[in-house]
Ligand binder design. Structure first.
Ligand SMILES: Nc1ncnc2c1ncn2[C@@H]1O[C@H](COP(=O)(O)OP(=O)(O)OP(=O)(O)O)[C@@H](O)[C@H]1O
Ligand SMILES: [Mg+2]
Length: 240
């Protein structure tokens, strides 16, 4: 392992991000020039108060939303220059999202929820060709997440912590280069949340780049580095 700060190590870079929402006649300025660089293999926590714009920022980093101004580059490529097809491939293949409220589909089984991203973007024939592989991979992910016995359950039959582990499995299905997690423990008690953080730590140790937002300092401390979102910008930083 090298500790170089070589620019080539940067997987994600945000420069001067601005984002406002218009509410009737008033404009809510949420991001006012956010700069952030994430290195390959890092586990970064973005901490900020409720309403500080953490989800807004994470959505922009994952191309679920666009900034009004500023640039996001993934592996040096400007997301705003991506074609529709490239954006879909980016959202489905390069990044994995984990949300506070899981966003699982209750009508699908746990296994189906996990392999759903492998179906997305494939033709019927393409899916037919890879479905055995996809189901196997989903099964392996569930086993790694301690959910082998839950594959046939429906999400509503699971506890919150189990649901979040399913959501992590789904996020990992397409082997994303970047895992984005929005308050992944926000809906869980502290022991269960701790289990989720352990999963994220284990993934990071295996090389997964993780960006997590949280309002909780103790949770942020689990990451390798914390940055603070305050007054629409990234404030002071400290490295552990
Ligand atoms: N679609 C929207 N339309 C209008 N205002 C919005 C929209 N989305 C977010 N906002 C506003 O932008 C601000 C930042 O919201 P955001 O959800 O990014 O905050 P957050 O830091 O994730 O908060 P929390 O910790 O509560 O999840 C809030 O004041 C919110 O009301
Ligand atoms: Mg939020």
């Amino acid at each position: 392992m090298t500790d170089s700060t070589d620019k080539n190590d940067i997987i994600l870079r945000a420069d001067g991000l601005h984002k406002s929402y218009r509410m009737g006649t008033t404009e809510v300025r949420v991001l006012k020039g956010v700069d952030l660089a994430v290195k390959k293999g890092e586990f970064v926590a973005i901490i900020g108060a409720s309403g500080s714009g953490k989800s807004t920022l994470l959505h922009i980093l994952g191309a679920l939303d666009r900034p009004n101004k500023g640039v996001v580059k993934f592996e040096k490529r400007d997301l705003s220059q991506f074609s529709g097809g490239e954006l879909n491939r980016f959202r489905n293949g390069m990044v994995g999202f984990v949300f506070q409220f899981y966003h699982l589909l209750d009508e699908l089984s746990v296994l189906e929820n996990v392999y759903l991203p492998a179906m997305t973007g494939r033709s019927v024939l393409g899916w037919f060709a890879c479905r055995r592989w996809a189901k196997n991979r989903a099964g392996q992910l569930l086993a790694q997440l301690g959910l082998a016995e839950r594959a046939k359950h429906k999400p509503y039959q699971l506890s919150g912590g189990e649901r979040q582990r399913v959501a992590i499995g789904r996020a990992l299905m397409n082997e994303p280069k970047l895992l984005l997690a929005d308050e992944p423990t926000g809906n869980l008690d502290s022991a269960t949340g701790n289990g989720i953080l352990k999963v994220l730590e284990r993934l990071n140790r295996a090389g997964q780049t993780v960006v997590m937002v949280t309002h909780d300092e103790r949770i942020a401390q689990r990451a390798g580095r914390t940055v603070t979102l305050i007054d629409g910008k990234i404030g002071h930083k400290h490295t552990r």
